[in-house]
Design a protein around this ligand. Structure first.
Ligand code: SF4
Length: 283
């Protein structure tokens, strides 16, 4: 078996550049969707909100000002090929080093505390990141990286539903979560939905679902249709951009699903805001 050696510096450079890029750029589909909504919006206040969001996206890279002051928690889904070896430090150490350096060089707001309850002192460098690692077949490393803001994350939800619940029960739970979130999650939103697995897998599915590019659909036709139905119903809630009403509450909905226990039907809704900063790297 041929083993591929990857130097730690290659990974460091790729992660550092990825953080730099997403600090100033949302998913490329966000701006066109905001412009479409603006073209179809008659209300002056809502037009003003949409214009502000578009201006923010335009100004961010030109002025080297982060897209949002909350550059969030760095979340990474790593798929590591079983035929590659990292020469140097462990992957998580390399990612955290790149995060610390990028946070310092780009003057990112420090957003992470050491302990959630007893010692809420700031780590001052945005570390540690949250890294989910899976070993897969192959000789590449695939990294899905996101800056996840705290406001939208706070409004996320997980419910252990009963297996007797049906499709519309799941949609109702998602609508309830979005309406409850209101303006606090900084809509228009992207929704990552996890269905199935168990308690922790369901939450991970929802998070990873968020990292699918806007505009892509599930490869399973039933779930692809469910994504579209949820998107339509969420946009009919009337929450709207920044909670000002209108029909752009969500930019997209992505579902990941997994087998589950006969007694369970876990559903998780991970909410992302319009500052949808994510990227995928192949090393
Ligand atoms: S929810 Fe998103 S847009 Fe709102 S403050 Fe947090 S990162 Fe920024």
């Amino acid at each position: 078996m041929n083993i591929r050696h990857i130097n730690e510096q290659v990974i460091y450079d790729a992660v550092y550049e990825a953080i730099k890029h997403i600090t100033y750029h949302p998913d490329p589909a966000v701006e066109p969707l905001l412009r479409d909504a603006l073209d179809n919006e008659c209300d002056e206040l809502r037009q003003d909100v949409l214009c502000s969001l578009i201006n923010n996206i335009e100004l961010s890279p030109d002025s080297s000002t982060p897209l949002c002051q909350d550059t969030g928690t760095l979340v990474v889904f790593a798929k590591i090929g079983n035929r590659c070896v990292i020469d140097g430090k462990p992957l998580e150490t390399i990612i955290n080093y790149a995060l610390r350096m990028a946070s310092s060089d780009l003057y990112l707001r420090a957003s992470i505390v050491r302990d959630p309850l007893f010692n809420r002192t700031n780590t001052s460098d945005n570390s540690p990141s949250i890294v989910h690692t899976r070993i897969v077949e192959g000789s590449k490393i695939i990294l899905k990286i996101a800056q996840k803001g705290g406001g939208a994350e706070n409004m996320s939800n997980l419910r252990m539903m009963l297996p007797t619940c049906n499709r519309q029960d799941i949609i109702d739970f998602i609508l309830e979560t979005v309406v409850e979130a209101g303006a606090k999650a900084c809509p228009p939103l992207v929704l990552g939905i996890g269905i199935g697995g168990n308690y922790e897998q369901c939450a991970l599915l929802a998070k990873e679902a968020l990292l699918s590019p806007i505009g892509t659909r599930s490869s399973n036709s039933d779930y692809a249709q469910l994504e579209q139905d949820i998107l339509m119903q969420v946009n009919n809630t009337g929450v709207g951009a920044q909670g000002m009403g209108g029909n752009l509450t969500a930019l997209d909905v992505h579902i990941l699903h997994a087998p589950c226990h006969i007694a369970s039907l876990p559903v998780a809704v991970n909410i992302q805001c319009h500052a949808h900063r994510h990227i995928e790297l192949e090393i």
